[in-house]
Design a protein around this ligand. Sequence first.
Ligand code: C5P
Length: 222
Amino acid sequence: MIIPVITIDGPTASGKGTVAHRVAKHLGFHYLDSGALYRLTALSATRQGIALDNEEMLAALARVLPCRFIKGHVLLDGEDVTDAVRAEAIGVAASKIAVLPQVRKALLDLQIAFRYSPGLVADGRDMGTVIFPDATQKVYLTASVEARANRRYKQLIEKGFSANMEDLVKDLAERDARDTVRAAAPLKPAPGAYILDTSEMTVDEAVHVVLDLYANAVKLST
Ligand code: C5P
């Protein structure tokens, strides 16, 4: 039996994490936050003093990443790092190591292992293009830089981090550029992906659109 997958790719702070999580919950599917794997690798590297361009050591680290995801919590070697991985500096570090092909390869099997019954909602940059090219429904979620900076600002403040709008817009633009121009699995809509601009949408509206798309895709495939 083919296990259904919904891929939700898009730029940083487009709201894909929240939407993907809600869609997964509604359908009773598993949820893969692939960005967290790059963030965990970056956090672990930073703590161990591994340079963010040392491809070989970073890949070795990623290959045996001692991570677990339990009820919305992210654990690294048993330590709860849910908040630590969300820090902006770790996001920036994650996007730097994500350009390295060996690191991407090292995280491949770990991501594929999330696909088990009854189904998976996977969020990231290359879910529809590289990791799950046979997904049941592919979505490319995007929003204007201003809308995304606003959302990221609120997220960071809620988590008790300090944030500055000007720096955030600059960070987002730099990360967009790094994610889009890199040679390995660049950020781009997968063939056949539905492009959903959420700049003017609530989370509820976006979740409904994705659920409708999935229901239609299932109907068409049966
Ligand atoms: O989605 P999130 O902001 O947590 O991802 C952190 C970084 O990890 C991104 O900026 C991106 O460079 C990288 N990433 C990636 N491929 C994925 C998920 C995340 O390259 N599938």
